[in-house]
Design a binder for this molecule. Structure first.
Ligand code: TEU
Length: 544
């Protein structure tokens, strides 16, 4: 198994990272041009979200060909150059495998449409009358999860967009095709894979209406998912590579199963429970401030639970589907730098492998879009309509999108204070927050007090201190709503991580024996001795 415990992985959304040719879209050569920046940050691995040929209905998560580079992003030669140049800097590449579904423009689906029985078996087609879908399941992007094809007299399942048809993993030929794709990329020198919504691949034997929900309980962590993952890992030859599964609405028990080393499934997985603590009644589109007690409980449950079961977590606040953490859990105005650093420390010192999403290391904020024309994401555009159908005014719908849209995480990387933040010389495919003039990489890389410098320290500490990468974890002060506190220990050394989750001073109850401990890290200037209270969003890491 590749060593992934002392590494930090950096996620790149190529479309928004760096544009090398002025067409307004980021590209692979743009990524290559920024490798020195990434090497300075110290990350070991880059996860690139899909750059494969795609109609881009869902920004590349609708893949039309798994073995090629979309010309919009460059050429295979550009990718090979990126692999070589990254390798020179000790950086590996992970690719994003979207194996739950393909684009309806994929050759397999096109041949299914043309009537080839073999390829119809690659997807989930059901006979039926045009006026009644096989089940009442709802797509994750809104509306029904089934689409009727009059020419075939059949329905097909799409858990996401109508252009993303779910693959039929029951079919061994599908499983063999997908394993082959992994071997293809491994032979090119790719070091690892992220598997998109991979806990949704195993559908139930019987398709029935869900009278309690949207259908997810029938296919989430489905009946054969572990078996399929074991088979994929073996047939794809990915043992020893770094693999992470994206798990939608999963359970702790299943995530232990996905990642315990003796199961030979995956290195680690993402779960999203901690990113739902600001969903009112579990509804992403109903606004509520984050429930900090719920957040603490979830961290405790998943950190201590994965440890007890021998599983491994991916640690993250941000990705291309999430609003920016500093705007959501911190304060992107008064305590911008302090809260961005505190959030970084809170995650990076936990047990698991941390991920940094492009721009997080410089404290990038939500987009601040105020009109629907500024949005690009299919889910956001759908929900703008759905929210109004549910009775919201356009202004209310926009307020919800401003907090919840996936586009908040998809604005261009802010490289410098020049026009379009140095992302492109052309017209960017999506707008930027106005704050790029002061929130940008150029303003931070040389500054030892910057958010960038703080993240660099977090990455370095994980490499230096085995207690961070290998040690045990225990959470403290479960009843204190303001303070996230945990202890890391391995019998040789011990760390105490203390984070004030609020914008007010928080009292600091030190456990016994820590009063004289050394300060390893903090996001405020050090005081003499250990203080009695934490300042707004202060984090303090003690070592003994
Ligand atoms: O996301 C899966 C997923 O379920 C979400 O994070 C999704 O964005 C959310 O439920 C919407 O509210 C993955 C990819 O990360 C995402 O970008 C893709 O759109 C999706 O799969 C489909 O491939």
């Amino acid at each position: 198994m590749a060593e992934f415990k002392n590494k930090v992985i950096y996620q790149i959304y190529p479309k928004s990272f760096c544009d090398s040719n002025g067409d307004g879209l980021g590209d692979l050569r743009g990524v290559t041009s920024k490798l020195d920046y990434l090497a300075e940050l110290g990350v070991s691995c880059l996860w690139l979200t899909p750059f494969f040929p795609s109609p881009q209905r869902d920004n590349g998560y609708d893949v039309a060909d798994y073995r090629a580079v979309d010309p919009r992003f460059g050429t295979m030669a550009d990718l090979e150059e990126l692999i070589r140049e990254a390798d020179k800097r000790g950086i590996g590449l992970m690719l994003d495998m979207v194996f739950n579904h393909t684009s309806t423009e994929h050759a397999w689906f096109q041949r299914a449409l043309a009537g080839e029985k073999k390829y119809q078996d690659y997807y989930i087609f059901k006979e039926g009358s045009p006026d009644k879908a096989p089940t009442n399941w709802v797509s994750k992007f809104g509306g029904p999860a089934w689409e009727y094809l009059p020419a075939l007299g059949k329905w097909y399942l799409h858990l996401f967009d109508v252009s993303q048809a779910d693959l039929n993993w029951e079919n061994p030929e599908v499983r063999a095709e997908l394993a082959d794709i992994l071997r293809f990329w491994k032979a090119k020198g790719i070091q690892g894979f992220r598997f998109d919504v991979v806990n949704l691949i195993s559908k139930p034997a019987v398709y029935e209406d869900d009278h309690q929900g949207d259908g997810r309980r029938f296919y989430t962590d489905g009946p054969k998912v572990h078996q399929y993952l074991q088979e994929l890992a073996a047939a794809g030859g990915i043992e020893g590579m770094i693999t992470v599964g994206e798990m939608s609405s999963t359970s702790l028990e299943n995530c232990i199963g996905y990642t315990a080393p003796d199961r030979h499934e995956l290195s680690m997985c993402f779960n999203f429970h901690h990113l739902k603590v600001d969903y009112k009644n579990g509804d992403k589109w109903a606004l509520m401030p984050p429930d900090r007690m719920a957040l603490k409980k979830l961290f405790t449950l998943w950190q201590e639970g994965m440890q007890a079961g021998g599983g491994w977590n991916a640690l993250f606040w941000c990705n291309h589907d999430q609003p920016r953490a500093v705007s959501r859990f911190g304060d992107d105005k008064t305590y911008w730098a302090e809260s961005a650093k505190m959030l970084g420390a809170a995650i990076h010192l936990m047990r698991g492998t941390p991920y940094i999403y492009q721009g997080e290391e410089i404290g990038m904020t939500n987009a601040g879009f105020g009109s629907i024309e500024q949005y690009r994401d299919v889910e956001s555009l759908n929900y703008y309509q759905i929210l109004q159908q549910q009775g919201k005014t356009p202004a209310e719908a926009l307020e919800i999108l401003a907090a919840r849209s996936r586009d908040n995480g998809r604005t261009p990387m802010q490289w410098d204070g020049s026009e379009n933040a140095g992302f492109t010389t052309g017209t960017p495919w999506i707008g930027l927050p106005e704050n790029y003039t002061h929130i940008n990489a150029a303003a931070q890389t040389g500054d030892p007090d910057s958010i960038f410098a703080f993240y660099k320290q977090l990455v370095a500490l994980r490499k230096e201190k085995p207690v961070i990468s290998q040690g045990n974890i225990e959470f403290l002060y479960p009843d204190d709503p303001d303070l996230l506190a945990y202890r890391r220990f391995d019998g040789e050394s011990e760390l105490l991580v203390l984070c004030n989750l609020t914008g007010k001073a928080a009292s600091l109850p030190l456990p016994e024996g820590w009063a004289g401990a050394a300060r390893l890290l903090g996001n405020y200037p050090a005081l003499a001795g250990v203080p009695a209270a934490l300042r707004p969003y202060e984090c303090l890491v003690l070592e003994r």
